[in-house]
Design a binder for this molecule. Structure first.
Ligand code: NDP
Ligand code: 2IT
Length: 463
């Protein structure tokens, strides 16, 4: 199907043409279309001011992944039963570096979700200022309730196909939902065995075998550093702020830790079964319990209230039009679970509850309508592409350390992370301001991320 648009040009009609063409081509990829729409609305003034982007059809080229790999992942459970899952890797854009982005293991994984994540990763990685392209991958495998041996066999089978498509100079995966240190270990072991090489092909490795210190912490810490930067524009800090955090995995845990360190008070956490509210605050001691519960015992957040009686737990009603976590009165919110977890009703509840700042630890956690509502109400909204870029930024630092065969100290990595988050914040505001979007971080992130990649694509010709 020819999906090219009539004449390269600019304007809302031109942007709508792009979306219509994309919708005709991929009608069953709602998450991908949503992610593209969010970016496209920012680019109109950019294409107007720089007509060569249109003449070179940069947008059409950018919207099509360079490559999409799908493969079968057969594996055997402990009880002897045979299972078959789908594996994917999307290499979306390599204009500024090797594909870089996480692997997600979750039953909901499909091509639409991975294309949205890989597409966003292009802009996020560009914003970090590091030489990394955009990619993402994963599987519809559900690690929940599976033994370590089952997870190992699954990871080995997954890598037995993936190995031929990745490499430290080609494509460097890392973790995302359902993929943490345990899975990275199993994946790395199999890659090393098959290829007879010990390289920096995956990030998020343990510090004892090539990982960077502070990589596990980086996404959550970075989202809080970004929030602190946003607060500072109002002459404020995070100290004393009551904070809503969703999720209870990697990003949520380390967002909580940094909030506590900075004198703020996280008061909620969640998982896909329910959520907890601890009005007395989640302290470092309580967080240690959550980390042991989620990372070692792989239990449910409901257990929190058995241990800490100051808190309440409630189940999630997936049919409800809002999530009660976002109704709790607070000053700031850190959505750190999954995409579209804040809808328009949730946004109204956040505003009603006094939230003045939202820093997106998750990828695309806020629906477009909810984003508009928040921004229109004057809430500072740090988009995931910018606010959660700390994770991939420290992954790129891990790549640098692997190339140097050196390990930096925690302090050194943290200094880089803080500087990178500071720079991303500044670049977003600068780009938003220069293209007429005031201080709207969403447009700033899209524009600054886009320009660097677009220029690189033009420099490298039609490839
Ligand atoms: P984890 O697997 O460590 O934790 C995910 C958490 O979110 C769990 O509490 C999980 O609950 C919950 N969750 C996942 N899917 C859903 C769902 N469909 N509905 C409700 N709750 C859900 O993942 P991470 O913390 O690494 O990732 C969280 C978010 O942050 C994702 O959007 C990811 O893309 C993003 N991100 C992660 C980075 C990283 O470095 N890890 C970097 C940048 C962004 P349950 O256990 O019940 O499934
Ligand atoms: O969404 C993300 O940025 C990640 N899951 C981390 C990617 C990485 O390569 O560290």
């Amino acid at each position: 199907m020819d999906t090219s648009v009539a004449t390269p040009g600019t304007g809302s009609m031109f942007m709508q043409d792009h979306l219509d063409a994309l919708t005709r081509r991929d009608p069953n990829q709602p998450e991908f279309l949503q992610a593209v729409q969010e970016v496209i609305v920012s680019l109109e003034p950019v294409l107007e001011r720089h007509p060569h982007y249109g003449q070179q059809r940069v947008l059409e080229r950018l919207l099509e992944p360079e490559r999409v790999i799908q493969f079968r992942v057969p594996w055997q459970a402990d009880d002897g039963t045979v299972h078959v899952n789908r594996g994917f890797r999307v290499g979306f854009n390599s204009a500024i570096g090797p594909y870089k982005g996480g692997l997600r293991f979750h039953p909901s994984v499909n091509l639409s979700i991975l294309k949205f994540l890989a597409f966003e990763q292009i802009f996020k990685n560009s914003l970090t200022g590091q030489p990394i392209g955009g990619g993402k991958g994963g599987s519809d495998f559900d690690p929940r309730g599976r033994s370590n041996s089952e997870v190992m066999r699954f990871c080995q089978s997954f890598m037995t196909e993936l190995f031929r498509h990745v490499g430290h100079n080609t494509d460097v995966p890392a973790g995302d939902i359902g993929v943490g240190g345990r899975e990275i270990g199993f994946l790395f072991g199999q890659y090393k065995r098959i290829t007879n090489t010990f390289t920096g092909v995956l990030t998020g490795r343990a510090p004892g075998w090539g990982g960077s210190l502070l990589r596990p912490e980086a996404t959550g810490y970075g989202a809080v550093y970004f929030a602190a930067e946003m607060a500072e524009t109002q002459g404020e800090s995070l100290e004393g702020k009551r904070c809503l955090v969703s999720g209870s995995g990697n990003v949520a845990q380390y967002a909580c830790r940094k909030l506590i360190e900075l004198g703020a008070t996280p008061i909620t956490l969640s998982d896909s079964s329910g959520w907890i509210h601890d009005p007395e605050g989640i302290t470092e001691e309580k967080l240690q319990f959550v980390m042991e519960l989620k990372n070692e015992r792989r239990g449910r957040i409901a257990e929190y209230v058995e241990r800490f009686t100051s808190a309440t737990w409630a189940p999630v009603d997936s049919a409800a039009d809002h999530h009660p976590l976002w109704c709790v009165p607070a000053d700031a919110a850190f959505p750190s679970a999954t995409q579209n977890e804040i809808n328009d009703s949730d946004a109204a509840n956040l505003i009603e509850g006094g939230v003045g700042l939202v820093s997106e630890g998750a990828n695309m956690p806020t629906t477009p309508e909810a984003q508009d509502r928040l921004v229109d109400a004057g809430v500072l909204l740090g988009p995931g592409k910018a606010a959660n870029a700390g994770g991939v930024a420290v992954s790129a630092l891990e790549m640098a350390q692997a190339s140097q065969r050196l390990r930096w100290t925690t302090e050194e990595v943290d200094r880089h992370l803080k500087r990178i988050m500071h720079d991303i914040h500044a670049v977003c505001l600068d780009a938003a301001g220069s293209y007429g979007f005031g201080s709207d971080y969403r447009h700033g992130a899209n524009i600054a991320g886009f320009r660097k990649v677009a220029d690189a694509m033009i420099d490298q010709g039609l490839v």
